[in-house]
Design a protein around this ligand. Sequence first.
Ligand code: DON
Length: 563
Amino acid sequence: MRVRLLLLLITASYSIQAQVTAFQYSSIKKSTGKNGAVVSAHPLASQAGLLMLKKGGNAFDAAIATQWALAVVYPGAGNIGGGGFMVATLKNQKPIALDYRETAPASASRDMYLDAAGNAVSEKSLYGHLSAGVPGTVAGLFASHQLAKLPMQVLIQPAIDLAEKGFVITEGEARALNSSRDAFEKYNTQIPVLVKTDGWKKGDTLVQTDLANTLKRIKHNGQKGFYEGATAQLIVDEMKRGNGLISLEDLKNYKAKFREAQLCNYRGYSIIGMPMPSSGGLLLTQMLKMTEPYPIGKMGFQTAASVQLMVEVERRAYADRAKYMGDADFYKVPVAELSDGAYLKNRMKDYQPGKAGSSKITVEGTVPGYESEETTHLSVIDNQGNAVSVTTTLNNNYGSKTVVAGAGFLLNDEMDDFSAKPGSPNLFGAVGGKANAIEPGKRMLSSMAPTIVLKNNKPFLVVGTPGGTTIPTSVFQTIVNIIDFKMSTDDAVNQPKFHHQWLPDEVFVEKKFSSQTWQQLQKMGYKITDRGQIGRTEVIQVLTNGRFEAVADHRGDDSAATW
Ligand code: DON
């Protein structure tokens, strides 16, 4: 009987890797291997990547296949209707940074989210057709394919299978889909397959036929299968039904861009980060360089002294973010000045151990509560000398909540990352001004921080996380945990995180944060607020014996795959 059941299961399912099927899988939180590693937000996506390594592909092949698969199995953040960033290192070559961030449509304008009284209306920038920027992911995957070895048709196939034949959803996915149900009904012109009338539960199968067809058009026509022809037309038709702005021209004109990586040294390690239009790499540079003069390792992990130092560092970096950072193709961002050692040392001159600093500024509007936030990070490494760190996003959970009818994918709500009005906070409470104001074709400022840390010029850590403005502080803390506090990779990922972003002048901590440290910080004058989880960090560490140790964050369905 048991054997028959097993046979039935095997024939009724299809395999994307010998022992893993779309109908039976589980999260692996830690795995080591000598040939390669992939760690991402979903077991099936990590397996799709691993499959490509086993087929002879490199880390770029694996990263691409993982992203295609995430667009199917992790619809809250994996995407083809959003955008992302990739940082990569290749053997004996300059590091690479690839920008496939969304752009503002050509007909977007500075005040498009203001009401008649001049107030920013966040519903417009966060939900529905008008909140979507021109998607960059598909262009990004094709640009990164220049560095891959296997044909794109091979890399996209697991995603097509997963969309066409379906896969079983996790408890977390069922919960997330159910809680977005009202929004899916409200912001769509045709009810998408993401809505199940009697509610989703763990183990239900999600089939996405329209998405499979879109992926097939991409498989057969390349990038044009998305940015031109039937898919582009479906996007524009959707825009017309819901008063959105994306046009055929916007889609045709979209370009992913290779950029110079944001580099810094920290205690002898080289940190490779994402440059503008993400603030991620520059914030990381600033935070690490402000920390470097202090013996933080001796202060101890999450003692009041070390947290205070890191909070003050975070405060100052985020104040600079609000004032100076935006798309450098449109606004002159003083990157060299902001990463200058003397400038950063001076920035800390009013830091007083034992006494809370102050953000000394008032903002208009209220800082919204931290909602569920969805972006997704994947880290990949191979045995050919390549390391790839990718963070992609729809912005909020399931993006704008609008699915392109007939094409089956969610559109981002990335327009909210612009500063709709000087001083008016976005979803993540981030404020900005001219540097990040809306302009046609401009990329909205991001916090995403896909990062690679080199030791003796070889990959040591591949790291990143989702979490909006908490991304750079989480990556900062993960790196300090490993380099200064000498923590294991697991602890560095899974121990509680904290966050300060200049405004609001508050320290946000995860629920398991030490109550003793909390009390001591309060005595110093800090306002502390506990909140939901911070990020889902995926790290690969290259061990001294050369093996790859991949750790997937315990905060979600995240899963590691190595061989
Ligand atoms: O680019 C950014 O900074 C945001 N749109 C990222 C959003 C995010 O991380 C949501 N995730 N958890």
